[in-house]
Design a protein around this ligand. Structure first.
Ligand code: ATP
Length: 317
């Protein structure tokens, strides 16, 4: 059993009186190996997560009830009710720690909705970190990761950030000890999202019909490539088993991938379940040039430059 709360020396619960602001990154999967469907309805995954510099921000303030407002990507589209991962995370933390889920939460969203960049999971991770500080619940990183895993397979990684291996349904995260290197990415954001559960159903269907490429299997080549610090080597090792599914659901993504190749990207792939496509550039200047060419080709809503790896959910103040 978890203690309901940890008292301060004077017996009072610790916590922030002012606002707590947390920044959380998007993720891409450098390798997304999708294994068989498990009995619990999830697929066995073998993935390498990588946190990139596109951020959402969650601000938590003291309040008499639990409320959520937002601005940015998905405003007017994303429900602000109890289905929102921010509110689900706040309830989950409060339940775990035995406190009342009272806070005024505000989300500033830059990560596109249903984009394959795990924006919802990122927001859940940010909420856990922000509310833990606001309420003074003082959970350890391990305890937060336990609550996170119940909220979604990608949430533990978004607490963690960096580059990490994900196994199980993705919720078991171990850091990849690569030498410190920044990789430069062009992130081609599409109009509209793709549903992750539908992408998994589609890959099962394609595999049943023999219409999917061979599964990627082990992450060994990707992990070895990360150690070499050469973007050309990393580009050759990138892979995503869900790419066939995303292309079947959104054939126009083939044009986006071609535009990246034509612009001289070292490698490119669909991010997670799509429809965002990411391209690896040789350096920051190359990324700027590739982003401009992809935008000029009009194959996506926006092409942004990002770097990685970056930290997971962290308090700004
Ligand atoms: P993943 O790569 O983790 O599968 P994704 O990037 O494709 O996810 P998300 O933006 O995380 O997609 O959202 C998937 C769905 O989760 C959305 O369509 C929305 O219905 C729901 N959702 C709930 N809360 C949030 C939130 N705070 N931000 C985004 N989506 C949310």
């Amino acid at each position: 059993m978890t203690e309901p709360w940890r008292p301060d020396e004077d017996g009072q619960r610790r916590g922030a009186s002012g606002p707590v602001r947390v920044r959380v990154p998007a993720k891409v999967n450098l390798h997304l190996g999708v294994g068989p469907l498990r009995r619990d309805g999830f697929h066995e995954l073998n993935t390498v997560y990588h946190a990139i510099s596109i951020f959402d921000e969650l601000t938590a303030r003291r309040g008499d009830t639990l409320s959520l407002t937002m601005e940015g990507e998905g405003t007017g589209e994303l429900a602000l009710d109890d289905t929102n991962l921010v509110l689900r995370a706040a309830h989950a933390l409060a339940g775990y720690a035995g406190v009342m889920p009272h806070a005024r939460l505000h989300l500033r969203k830059q990560i596109p909705l249903a984009g394959g960049l795990a924006g919802g999971s990122a927001d859940a991770a940010a909420t856990l970190v922000a509310c833990d500080a606001l309420w003074g619940t003082g959970l350890t990183r391990e305890e937060l990761a336990t609550v996170a895993a119940d909220l979604g397979s990608d949430v533990p990684f978004l607490l963690h950030g960096g580059t990490a291996l994900g196994t199980g349904r993705g919720e078991t995260v171990s850091p990849v000890l690569a030498r410190p290197t920044s990789w430069y990415w062009v992130v081609a954001i599409a109009d509209g999202g793709l549903s992750t559960p539908e992408a998994y159903r589609e890959i099962d269907r394609l595999r049943d019909n023999g219409a999917a490429g061979p599964p990627l299997g082990s992450t060994d080549a990707l992990l070895a490539a990360l150690r070499q610090r050469d973007p050309r080597v990393l580009a050759a090792a990138l892979g995503n088993d869900l790419q066939d599914a995303a292309l079947a659901m959104r054939p126009a993504l083939a044009d986006t991938l071609k535009a990246g190749q034509a612009a001289g990207a070292l490698g490119g792939l669909v991010s997670g379940s799509g429809p965002t496509c990411v391209f690896l550039a040789a350096d920051a200047a190359d990324a700027d040039r590739i982003a401009a060419e992809i935008e000029a080709a009009q194959v996506c809503r926006q092409a942004r430059v990002a770097y990685g790896p970056v930290h997971g959910a962290r308090i700004l103040y």
